[in-house]
Design a protein around this ligand. Structure first.
Ligand SMILES: [Zn+2]
Ligand SMILES: [Zn+2]
Length: 430
C-alpha cells in the first residue's frame, strides 16, 4: 500500500476546477483525496511547497521517443526520465519509429515497453497510413483497441487530399484526434530552413510558410466535411494561425498546438549554420513568432508541446542541409514557456497549466489534467523562481540537440508524481 502524502503551503492551480489558491493537496493510495481545508493535517510524508506551484501533472502530447529502431538517440526509458525531470507525468509519442507504429502489435510493443521501463504515462499515437507512406490507410480500428490514443503520420503530412479525407472519415467513428504535420511536400521540396532572407543569403533551399498554410486550409475544409477532430501540430506561420482562428469560430472540433522554439527563435538563428537550429517546421520570421504568441494569447492555440525530437550528436554534426530536423525539449519546455509567455504577461499561470495539462488531457481523452478528488494523483510541483542555466550535458535524455544550451532561464519542475509516486524529485524540495 503506497503511503499518504500531504503537499502543503503551495499555490495550488487546477484549471479543471478553477482553483488558484495557497492550500494543501492530500494524496493517499495513489489518488487525490482532498484539497484545501478538508485535507488532513498529517500524513506519512509531508512536503513543504511554500513558494512553489502545485498543478495537475503536465502532459506533452507531441514527443518522439525513438523506440523501436532509433535507441541510440532515445528510448522509452530515457525519454520518459527526461519528461519526468521536466515536470511531465504523461507523454504521447509519435509513430515515426522503425518499424513505424502502424499496426496493433507495434502499439502493444510500446505499451509493454512503457509498463516495464517508463517513468511517466506513455500514450502511443498510431500512424494514419501503412509505413507512414501516405497511401493506404493503416488498421486504425485495431490500433484503437490496442491502445492508440490518436493518429498522425507526423514527420510528414498526408500529401494526398483523398487519403486525408478517407482517414478523417474513418477516424470520426472512433472519436480520436487526427493530428497533421501540415507541410505540402511539393512546396516544401528539399528545403532545410524557412524560405526567407537567411536562406537567400546562405543560398540554401527554403520551406515557404505557404506549405504549412495550404495544408492547414485543406485539412480544415476536409475535417469540417468529415466531422473529424482535427489537431494541427506545431503551428509556425502567421497565416496558419489566422486560418485556425477563423475556422475555430465555426468548428469547435479544431485544435492546435505550438512549440517553445516557434515562440522564441527566428530564422536568423539558422545563419549560424548550427544544425541544432534545424527543425521542421522551420524557425520562421519575427512576424510569424509574434503571430504564434498572439495565437496563444487569444486562445487560437490550445496546447503547448515540445515536439521533442532526439538525434545523435554525429548526425547533427552534418552540414546544415544534410543534418536531420528536430530538437529536444522535455527538460526545458517549462522554463522556455515561462520566458515566452509568463514573463511578458501573454498568459497567466492558470492558462499556462491549462495549456500544458488540462487541455491536452481533454483532447486525448485521457486521465489527468485535474486535481479532482478521486482522480489519480498525477501532480507536478513547479519552482517558478528557480534561476538556472540550461546545460544539455546534464540532461536525462540520451540526446543533446538543443539550440537553447547555455540560455539563462527561470522556473523548473521540482517534482513529478504519477499515481501518487515520486517519478522525479529535486533536492530543492524539502
Ligand atoms: Zn511534425
Ligand atoms: Zn513531431
Amino acid at each position: 500500500m503506497s503511503k499518504s502524502i500531504l503537499i502543503k503551503g503551495g499555490r495550488v492551480i487546477d484549471p479543471s476546477q478553477e482553483i488558484d489558491e495557497h492550500t494543501s493537496v492530500a494524496i493517499k493510495e495513489g489518488k487525490i483525496v482532498a484539497i484545501g481545508d478538508k485535507a488532513p493535517k498529517s500524513a506519512d510524508e509531508v512536503v513543504d511547497a511554500a513558494g512553489m506551484i502545485v498543478a495537475p501533472g503536465l502532459i506533452d502530447m507531441h514527443v518522439h521517443l525513438r523506440e523501436p529502431g532509433f535507441e541510440e538517440s532515445e528510448t522509452i526509458e530515457t525519454g520518459t526520465a527526461a519528461a519526468a525531470a521536466g515536470g511531465f507525468s504523461a507523454v504521447a509519442c509519435m509513430p515515426n519509429t522503425d518499424p513505424p507504429l502502424d499496426n496493433d502489435a507495434a502499439i502493444e510493443f510500446v505499451l509493454r515497453q512503457a509498463s516495464l521501463t517508463a517513468h511517466t504515462r506513455v500514450y502511443p499515437i498510431g500512424a494514419l497510413t501503412i509505413s507512414r507512406a501516405g497511401e493506404e490507410l493503416a488498421e486504425m480500428g485495431l490500433m484503437v483497441r490496442a491502445g492508440a490514443i490518436a493518429f498522425s503520420d507526423d514527420g510528414v503530412g498526408i500529401a494526398s487530399a483523398a487519403v486525408a479525407q478517407r482517414a478523417m472519415k474513418y477516424l470520426s467513428m472512433f472519436d480520436r484526434l487526427y493530428i497533421e504535420h501540415c507541410e505540402e511536400p511539393s512546396l516544401a521540396g528539399k528545403g532545410c530552413m524557412n524560405a526567407g532572407p537567411t536562406a537567400n543569403r546562405l543560398g540554401l533551399p527554403g520551406i515557404p510558410g505557404t506549405a504549412e498554410t495550404l495544408m492547414v486550409e485543406r485539412d480544415i475544409t476536409l475535417a469540417h466535411q468529415a466531422g473529424a477532430r482535427l489537431h494541427i501540430a506545431h503551428v509556425s506561420v502567421a497565416d496558419a494561425v489566422e486560418r485556425i482562428r477563423q475556422a475555430k469560430k465555426a468548428d469547435q472540433r479544431i485544435s492546435a498546438e505550438v512549440c517553445p522554439h516557434h515562440l522564441l527563435l527566428t530564422e536568423e538563428s539558422c545563419g549560424t549554420y548550427n544544425a541544432d537550429f534545424k527543425v521542421n517546421p522551420p524557425l520562421r520570421s519575427r512576424k510569424d513568432v509574434e503571430a504564434c504568441v498572439e495565437g496563444v494569447r487569444d486562445g487560437t492555440i490550445d496546447c503547448l508541446v515540445t515536439d521533442h525530437a532526439p538525434h545523435r550528436r554525429e548526425d547533427k554534426e552534418y552540414e546544415f542541409p544534410q543534418a536531420p530536423f528536430g530538437m529536444i525539449g522535455l527538460e526545458i519546455a517549462l522554463p522556455l514557456f515561462i520566458q515566452a509567455l509568463i514573463d511578458p504577461e501573454v498568459v497567466t499561470w492558470p492558462r499556462l497549466i491549462k495549456m500544458m495539462s488540462t487541455r491536452p488531457a481533454q483532447l486525448l481523452g485521457v486521465t489527468g489534467g485535474t486535481l479532482q478528488v478521486g482522480q489519480p494523483a498525477d501532480v507536478t510541483i513547479i519552482d517558478p523562481s528557480h534561476e538556472w542555466v540550461i546545460d544539455a550535458e546534464r540532461f536525462r535524455s540520451k540526446s543533446r540537440n538543443t539550440p537553447f544550451n547555455g540560455r539563462e532561464v527561470r522556473g523548473k519542475a521540482a517534482a513529478t508524481l504519477v499515481d501518487g509516486e515520486w517519478r522525479f524529485r529535486s533536492q530543492r524540495l524539502s
